[in-house]
Design a protein around this ligand. Structure first.
Ligand code: GLV
Length: 333
């Protein structure tokens, strides 16, 4: 494995940006490098991606770009940095990158609040059936105020089960506390006592117990080989028939087919998904159901957050090309 410390600055570097990013980030990159930006307003296919980053000293990539060993080899031995404009980096083979002396960076922190806001919005949306209500009005079918019309569930006094208590999981839990929820969580490591205390005495539980206890389960762990299909058919049966599942992390953490079956059978009350197993495709079984909220990967989708993410990615690439430590490198795992 090559060492990434003490790297020298690259003269006249070339940076490939695989899809348009906010202008402030491009301006920063152009100050120090020759920048190529994909002219396509879509993800590059594999051949295009390989050609796009061939000869680049740094690549600024998006979460739909698969940066595997073949891609890194296609880039060439001069590649120093892959700066992913996302906190998740399951699209990058970080180990293969480290073996080639390529530093991988991500964009933690700057999207925490936007993503937690969206998770909370989805929790409220699915428990109060807002999507169903909106569809009902747009359908033109008559309706009137009625004591029993589109009743949902309140949150106060209920338990939020947070899977993965990192920055976004904690920020979501803080929001849920403001709605009167109790917090339980499941994580690789137990949180520090002051983190648990700040969340009203959040309790660490084994995942199966969390699923059995929580009224709302919100997923905030990274996608890794260990978390792929973490929520599968068996685990869905542990949830209460009045409980809801919310996923703003990565689609493949949930077995989408099993989820569609559980929602259809009413073995859980509802789900809200910002991410999908085979993004951008959505399991057809979900599209037919009313008790699932489906939105197109909008967790970080505010102008401020996307700009901050792109600028952080640019700073990462620039630092590496200048031979300096980048602000937010990922660990090769
Ligand atoms: C978005 O999904 C991200 O990982 O930043």
């Amino acid at each position: 494995m090559s060492s990434t410390t003490g790297m020298f600055a690259i003269a006249n570097p070339r940076i490939a940006v695989t899809r348009r990013i906010p202008e402030p980030a491009l301006e920063l990159l152009r100050e120090t490098a020759d920048v190529w930006v994909s002219p396509h307003d879509r993800p590059l296919d594999t051949d295009e991606l390989h050609r796009a980053i061939a000869g680049a000293d740094a690549a600024v990539t998006l979460l739909h770009d698969r940066v595997d060993a073949a891609c890194l080899d296609a880039a060439g031995p001069q590649l120093r940095c892959v700066a992913n404009v996302a906190v998740g980096y399951d699209n990058i083979d970080a180990r293969a990158a480290a073996q080639r002396g390529v530093i991988v960076t991500n964009t933690p922190g700057v999207l925490t609040d936007a993503t937690a806001d969206l998770a909370m919005a989805l929790i409220l949306n699915v428990t109060r059936r807002l999507g169903e209500g909106e569809r009902r009005i747009r359908s033109g079918r008559p309706w009137s105020w009625d004591m029993f019309f589109l009743l949902g569930h309140g949150l106060a006094g209920k338990t939020l089960g947070v899977i993965g208590l990192g920055a976004i999981g904690q920020a979501t839990a803080h929001r849920a506390r403001a709605f009167g929820m109790e917090i339980v969580y499941s994580a690789r490591r137990r949180a520090l006592p002051d983190v648990e205390q700040a969340l009203g005495g959040a309790r660490a539980l084994e995942l199966d117990e969390l699923l059995a206890r929580a009224a709302v389960v919100s997923i905030h762990c990274p996608l890794t080989p260990q978390t792929r299909h973490l929520i599968d058919a068996r685990r869905l049966t542990l949830m209460d028939s009045d409980a809801y599942l919310v996923n703003t992390a990565r689609g493949p953490i949930v077995d989408e087919r099993a989820l569609a079956q559980a929602l259809r059978a009413g073995s859980i009350a509802g789900a809200a998904l910002d991410v999908f197993e085979h993004e951008p495709a959505v399991h057809p079984g979900l599209l037919e159901l009313d008790n699932v909220v489906l939105i197109p990967h909008l967790g970080s989708a505010t102008i401020e957050t996307r700009t901050a993410m792109a600028v952080l990615a640019a700073r990462n690439a620039i630092a590496v090309l200048a031979g300096q430590p980048p602000p937010t490198p990922v660990s090769p795992g």
